[in-house]
Design a protein around this ligand. Structure first.
Ligand code: M6R
Length: 368
């Protein structure tokens, strides 16, 4: 069942190129994005004035990335919120609000309660879900399934990447039905999405240095992660994986926030994993993150830099450097997340823990 891998998690990491290809299948056509199963009319989608995304854990991190993509491509204001917080603050919802509930299992009680609240307030609810016929899609007005296949390991990996793909498809589709034509950019993103399975296969073949690094980091007292823009949710996701699998203190920060407090955590040899944006996609943002790397290095941090192939300029600031393939800025999480998944899995294994069944956790959390 584990396909020759020691753990389901390793198998599911390796399955990611196929999971993405399956999630894209039939949805990218010569005429644009086709999401026939989304049973909300084009007119209703044109009338949407506000988007909320609700989710928990890893699914929430995919929602954070989705916010950047949806706002950029559609210009509709979009907020992402932890499902467990959503209804308690009495959010402003009406029939022109689209609420997107993201859930691998489709059974997460916090997310279900958030969507029930949204429906009561007359919002339209669309589920992004990996489990056919589960409760969240059944109670939603529409569903966009991720075709990741069953995810057994408690730590979410392929579900995360396929959630990202579904969010990108939805964002592009909303832009399309609303007649927003960043024709060049959208066309480029679509072409690039089609290439991501192959790029990911190449990346997965180059992960030996990450495995070696994991052994070095397995005795660290804490590990910090920094990123900016879509690299910020990736930093949060890398830290979550390490917490849940390796039981280590790990925190993700927006790189620009470090100087407002967290930089005090850094002492000699604290590993800081730095997710660097593409210099081609956004040179200014990339330079800002490089300055943040210099700041932590000056305080003694060991910098582990995840950067785009060809960005030789970061080498001078990296104690360890991991390159990922070049993709448009908004798609970068499809690449930069992968080394962080492997890092957490390998560190947990080096520390002697069961990566598929971490302590205190269940695959699907059906209580509030
Ligand atoms: O099934 P869901 O996507 O709704 O689950 C949400 C979270 O419980 C889940 O992503 C959790 O954070 C994972 N264990 C993270 O690896």
């Amino acid at each position: 069942e584990k396909g020759g891998f020691d753990h389901f998690m390793l198998k599911e990491i390796a399955d990611q190129p196929q999971a993405i290809a399956d999630t894209l299948l039939g949805r990218l056509t010569d005429h644009g994005i086709a999401l026939d199963e989304v049973r909300i009319s084009d007119q209703d989608l044109r009338d949407v004035t506000k988007v909320f995304i609700v989710a928990c854990g890893t699914a929430y991190h995919s929602g954070m990335v989705a916010k950047y993509a949806i706002e950029h491509w559609t210009r509709i204001p979009c907020e992402v919120e932890l499902a467990s917080e959503f209804r308690y603050r009495d959010p402003i919802l009406d029939s022109s609000t689209l609420v997107i509930a993201i859930s691998q299992s489709g059974e997460t009680m916090d997310t279900l309660m958030a969507l029930r609240h949204a429906k009561q307030q007359k919002a339209r609810v669309l589920a992004i879900c990996n489990t056919n016929g589960s409760t969240i899609p059944r109670e939603s007005d529409a569903v966009l399934y991720t075709h990741g296949g069953p995810e057994i390991a408690v730590a979410s990996t392929k579900a995360f990447l396929t959630q990202l793909v579904a969010c990108y498809l939805l964002g592009l589709y909303l832009a399309q039905v609303r007649g927003i034509m960043y024709a060049d950019e959208v066309g480029a993103v679509v072409r690039q999405l089609q290439q991501t399975p192959d790029l990911l296969r190449d990346l997965l073949d180059q992960m030996d240095p990450v495995r070696k690094l994991s052994r070095d980091l397995s005795s660290a007292r804490q590990v910090l992660f920094i990123g900016r823009h879509v690299g910020y949710p990736v930093a949060l996701e890398g830290a979550l994986k390490l917490k849940e699998l390796a039981y280590m203190h790990a925190e993700g920060f927006a790189a620009g926030e470090l100087k407002h407090g967290p930089i005090a955590l850094i002492d000699d040899d604290t590993p800081v994993i730095c997710v660097v944006p593409s210099p081609v996609g956004n040179a200014m943002m990339r330079d800002k993150v490089v300055s943040n790397i210099q700041e932590v290095r000056a305080r003694g941090a060991r910098t582990i830099v995840i950067a785009e192939e060809g960005d030789e300029g970061v080498r001078a600031y990296a104690d360890d450097l991991i390159f990922v393939p070049r993709v448009p800025t908004l798609l970068a999480p499809l690449m930069t997340t992968v080394p962080l998944q492997i890092l957490a899995c390998e560190i947990a294994t080096a520390r002697g823990y069961d990566v598929d069944q971490p302590r205190n956790l269940a695959k699907s959390v059906t209580v509030e």
